[in-house]
Design a protein around this ligand. Structure first.
Ligand code: GDG
Length: 495
């Protein structure tokens, strides 16, 4: 299937690199994460090019580090030069103040500033222009995420024939929410110019199809071989669910290394008297951190048997630090953590250990192993890779995953995770207590099945199924997913 195209071009808002300043020059390191790991062999095979913004507006001295990167990694980087005002309107503006809240269902947080839309379309056209200039008809262009939803439109406007497909990493809401967007018709129309649209879950796909049909009365859809085919204004666009995943074997292996083992042993020693809950999130209002803290407080207030016996480790990774709303959220979270710790701490026990920083991958995996219970309760999340990483790292299979039913990951892990409605603090508190008392044999059975499922649907199988849909027009991944209305209150999880 990978012989069906010549060069692979991947486009995302940011290039997959970490830039480090060294005196007068920049050092460039490859970014980490499942997507980069999965795509690298394919990029190498097709001598691919990754197109994106490098993260700085002055790019004069990036040429040499980029060439070094290419010769070391076996694929090229192509920078898209953006000015400070482009970043403001396209990234901070339309992407972060319109699309991010809207597509996560927080339409009341949107700032529908008309200038943002024009900058967004201009920057998307700039990406399209660069992609056309460095590609040929037999190449495959794969665009990632909501910053670049209008790139295929730009390619079409340039009268270039390209196979251009898209993967959407965050949720897609139903028409009731999406239709609030002032540029709903233009944006949907632009999306339909892609040959294939990949979403995380079946729910996202259904929401998208319904939204298209509510905006374009002439749109027709059919369902064949696991994919929707939408016909609209003379085009056919395939649409399917491809739940993204992780490099399972990497986490399972890394968890057993001496470096991780040393950190884990220290942590276990420090917390030998308590069970640990773990939360790992970027600081964001979609992650449900305040609700999670309220649930913990409720649990400690209503179940005195948990006091002194259960602590939460909350890792909060700084994000969008210049945005006032995020600064305010940080203050609220820290205020609530202070209140809960003030209310319950006793000599020798503290309810919440709070880390406001990014930790090393070894430290993160040690947290995954040491924690008895992961408490991942986003209000809405495209997938939530932390849930899958937690399971993959737990080779001893003795831990419990509590997961929001509104995380995309719940669409696959619903049978063996304990699903919760993150808005229902009483329910989350009860499930925390249930997890605390869950017998080790039940923990082991559930975790074993979770790990088998995640291993069988890892990032490499995600990649394969996406390419199969792009080139052979069929998809089987949807079969892994829960029935449409499997919610925590309506069906009990496997007992
Ligand atoms: C989007 C969607 C979707 C976290 N803290 C640390 C750290 N991490 C790493 C984790 C994980 C990643 O960051 C976060 O993954 P999420 O899935 O939660 O994703 P988002 O960044 O919100 O991204 C999301 C994803 O795209 C993929 O499609 O799942 O729904 O929002 O890999 O390991 N890594 C290190 N230190 C930390 O402190 N080293």
């Amino acid at each position: 299937m990978t012989d069906q195209f010549n060069q692979l071009l991947v486009a995302s808002n940011r290039l997959p690199i970490v830039l480090k300043r060294e005196k007068d020059s920049w050092r460039m390191e490859p970014g980490s994460g499942g997507l980069v790991t999965a795509l690298t062999p394919l990029m190498q095979k097709h001598t691919g090019t990754w197109v994106g913004w490098p993260g700085i507006t002055d790019e004069t001295d990036l040429l040499a580090p980029m060439q070094d990167f290419s010769s070391q990694q076996g694929y090229a980087l192509h920078p898209v030069h953006l000015q400070a005002e482009d970043i403001q309107g396209y990234y901070y503006g339309f992407s972060n103040e319109v699309l991010w809240p809207l597509l996560h269902g927080f339409h009341s947080k949107c700032n529908f500033e008309p200038e943002y839309w024009s900058t967004y379309t201009r920057v998307n056209e700039q990406f399209a222009e660069e992609l056309v200039n460095i590609s040929e008809a037999k190449d495959f262009i794969w665009v990632h995420d909501y910053h670049l939803m209008a790139v295929a439109r730009g390619i079409k406007n340039a009268f270039a024939e390209r196979n251009c497909c898209y993967f959407h990493h965050i949720p897609f809401p139903g028409p009731d929410i999406f239709l609030k967007l002032p540029w709903r018709q233009e944006l949907l129309d632009a999306l339909l110019d892609f040959n294939l649209l990949g979403f995380q879950t079946n729910e996202d796909v259904i929401n998208f199809v319904n939204t298209v049909k509510s905006v374009f009365s002439d749109a027709e859809d059919s369902f064949e071989q696991g994919l929707f085919h939408i016909q609209c204004a003379g085009r056919v666009c395939k649409v399917g669910a491809f739940p993204i995943s992780i490099d399972f074997d990497f986490f399972a292996r890394k968890a057993k290394t001496p470096e991780v083992g040393a950190i884990t042993a220290k942590l276990k020693n420090l917390h030998s008297e308590q069970q640990l809950l773990l939360g790992v999130d970027r600081l964001d209002y979609t992650k449900g951190i305040l609700e999670r803290l309220q649930a913990l407080r409720y649990a400690l207030e209503h179940y005195p048997d948990l006091r002194g016996n259960l602590s939460l480790i909350q890792v909060l990774v700084p994000s969008r630090q210049k945005v006032p709303e995020y600064q305010y959220l940080k203050e609220q979270i820290e205020g609530l953590i202070g209140e809960i710790n003030g209310q319950f701490t006793e000599p020798g026990w503290i309810p919440i250990h709070y880390l406001y920083r990014s930790v090393s991958q070894e430290q993160l995996i040690a947290f995954y192993i040491t924690a008895d219970i992961a408490l991942l309760t986003p209000l809405w999340d495209g997938m939530n890779l932390v849930a899958k990483e937690f399971c993959a790292s737990n080779y001893e299979e003795d831990n419990v995953l509590i997961l929001s039913e509104f995380a995309g990951a719940a669409s696959q892990l619903y049978q063996d995770a304990l699903l919760v409605n993150p808005y229902h603090v009483g329910e989350v508190a009860r499930v925390i207590r249930r997890a605390y008392y869950m017998h080790k044999s039940e923990r082991a059975e559930r975790m074993k099945r979770l790990r088998e499922l995640i291993k069988a649907t890892d990032i490499f199988s995600w990649l394969e199924s996406y390419l199969e849909a792009a080139f052979e027009g069929k998809s089987g991944t949807g079969r892994q997913e829960r029935p449409y209305h499997y919610l925590s209150g309506t069906c009990s999880n496997r007992t």
